[in-house]
Design a protein around this ligand. Sequence first.
Ligand SMILES: Cc1cc2nc3c(=O)[nH]c(=O)nc-3n(C[C@H](O)[C@H](O)[C@H](O)COP(=O)(O)O)c2cc1C
Length: 158
Amino acid sequence: MVKVLITYFSKTGNTKKMAEHIKEGLDSMGDVEADLKKAQDTTIDDLRSSDGIIMGSPTYFGVMATEVKDLMDRSIQCYGKLVGKVGGAFSSSAMIGGGNETTIMSIVQGLLIHGMIVQGVVKGNHYGPVSIGAPNEEVRDECIKYGKMIGELVKKLG
Ligand SMILES: Cc1cc2nc3c(=O)[nH]c(=O)nc-3n(C[C@H](O)[C@H](O)[C@H](O)COP(=O)(O)O)c2cc1C
């Protein structure tokens, strides 16, 4: 069974809830193993052993939080080993225009430098799920849909 890791940092729970909803989407597929881990607890082995990696962070000054950046920096240890895996990102911010999309892009930059494959979204949050504060029903649906989309791509790529 293919494996997707959802790794995130969350101080007040908003990004964590998004991560759980993305897992909901992956779990609903029935044939994808979805692991949920805090960025701080995520090991290099977790990254290497996953077919897809989705990273989530609250928006901190328009970029990823230190804890997520620390994971990204630690991932240099497996540089060249994540090529061709599927990547994705999501973010929670306080306000519209507060930088959640730039935060996603800051994560995506790292994923691309690893040679990972990042799929955009046609109908919905184009770069990955975003939430203003805690996820509402609409964001929950976006997260579930995103989880399924990533799961489908991971399966397609084998
Ligand atoms: C250090 C810090 C920087 C922040 N910077 C921004 C920001 O630039 N734009 C924004 O909209 N919200 C900003 N926020 C608010 C958080 O992104 C927002 O509350 C988010 O939902 C928190 O996610 P969490 O509950 O997963 O910790 C900041 C919060 C902190 C603590």
